[in-house]
Design a protein around this ligand. Structure first.
Ligand SMILES: NC(=O)c1ccc[n+]([C@@H]2O[C@H](COP(=O)([O-])OP(=O)(O)OC[C@H]3O[C@@H](n4cnc5c(N)ncnc54)[C@H](O)[C@@H]3O)[C@@H](O)[C@H]2O)c1
Ligand SMILES: [Zn+2]
Length: 364
């Protein structure tokens, strides 16, 4: 088992990673859970495939465990779902001393984390992420939230988990498209700060796409290590944590422009990273060989879905993104593999050229 520490001002905890770890959850989490009642929150598809080893292991360790279900998918990531879960908790007699375990993708994790942060003014949560995206990103760092009609993740809290339990074996049942979409976030970690991780994508791509256990475990662990170190240095996105938004400036605009239906989040981020790489190249911050390596590695993971976007509307959306601070659009640009820079003075022509470039690539 791999243990990666996350240390923030509000809490320090460990991310535990190992294939088959769900079946050892009772043993690994015994000390943290103590004699508290545990409520596992999950969604039907994940319950059917993966709840059994977790529940059995917790029960074997003598824990009192209940299972709560919510519907999965982005439309369920809203306050109404949280309210329903809270009512179920009250009916089951849950008091302030309970502990929640989120077993699922980012949607289950974000909803459960948010619920934990406000149920009876706050209870503990353990994240047990089951998608690549949730394992390398959503489950670590304590951001929770739900969507409003007006936009994504507009309600939320920071609530660090007590632990994160990652079992890469659960990724075996993930649909191929979801699996790949999560890998772009992992590749992002390589570009931000881990050249070795980036090289895994170049050298071990076949095994990674075939979900070879050892390769997947290494890629997940290295990505977690990167995210954990960034979050530990900057819990609340004061500055450094922004680097995790590589590819997200234009990625978010693309997601909104395609109404959140054509692309998965990771796929939009992949296009966004290609655009950021183009901007870095055209503004002289990155050499053409490295830019080519980044772009071709992103494209080598598989065909990104086609999309219809207008350059002008993407540029307009950049200014309304919630990450915009005082009207200034921030870009995270690669300077090298493993090194990025936060830049706020990218010219509009450079942005337009980059969007034109991905429009061209998306048509081919
Ligand atoms: N809190 C954060 O810091 C943070 C960071 C990034 C993303 N997010 C959020 O995460 C959400 C996206 O998460 P996601 O990509 O995990 O999507 P998701 O939670 O919607 O899961 C994707 C699909 O995969 C299914 N699934 C999950 N695990 C499975 C498994 N092991 N086998 C088979 N099917 C499985 C789910 O049922 C769902 O249909 C978004 O709402 C996003 O805002 C949060
Ligand atoms: Zn992301």
């Amino acid at each position: 088992m791999i243990r990666i520490p996350v240390s923030t001002p509000s809490r320090s905890y460990e991310v535990l990673i190992g294939s088959g770890l769900l079946a050892d959850a009772g043993e690994c989490l015994g000390e943290i859970v103590g004699n508290r009642r545990v409520f596992v929150v999950t969604a039907p598809a994940i319950r059917r495939r993966w709840s059994k080893p977790l529940l059995q292991s917790l029960a074997k360790a003598g824990m009192r465990v209940n299972l709560l279900e919510m519907q999965d998918g982005e439309p369920s990531k809203r306050l109404a779902t949280l309210e329903k879960l809270a009512e179920k908790l009250v009916k089951a007699g849950a008091d302030r001393g309970i502990l929640l375990i989120a077993l699922g993708g980012g949607v289950v994790g974000d909803v459960t984390g948010f619920l934990a942060s406000i149920y009876m003014r706050g209870v503990d949560v353990i994240q047990a992420p089951t998608t690549v995206l949730a394992q390398v990103d959503a489950a670590i760092g304590g951001k929770t939230g739900v969507n409003l009609q007006s936009g994504k993740n507009l309600l939320g809290t920071f609530h660090q988990p007590r632990a994160v339990l990652i079992d890469p074996a659960v990724l075996a049942t993930l649909p191929a498209r979801e699996y790949r979409a999560g890998l772009y976030e992992s590749l992002k970690c390589g570009i931000i700060g881990d050249p070795g991780l980036f090289r895994m994508f170049e050298d071990r791509r076949r095994e990674l796409l075939d979900r070879d256990t050892a390769v997947v475990e290494k890629v997940i662990a290295d990505s977690v290590r990167l995210k954990a170190s960034v979050v530990s240095a900057d819990e609340r996105e004061g500055g450094l944590r922004q680097v995790l938004n590589l590819g997200h400036t234009i990625g978010h605009a693309i997601e909104a422009e395609t109404r959140y239906v054509q692309l998965l989040h990771g796929e939009a981020v992949a296009w966004g990273m290609i655009a950021a790489t183009h901007i870095a190249l055209s503004t002289g911050k990155l050499d053409s060989v490295t830019a080519g390596r980044i772009t071709s590695t992103i494209l080598s993971l598989g065909r990104l879905p086609r999309m219809k976007i207008q350059t002008a509307s993407i540029v307009k959306r950049l200014h309304s993104d919630k990450k915009t601070r005082q009207g200034v659009v921030h870009f995270i640009l690669p300077r090298d593999i493993g090194k990025v820079e936060i830049v706020s003075d990218v010219s509009e022509p450079a942005i337009k050229l980059a969007v034109e470039e991905i429009r061209k690539l998306a048509r081919n």
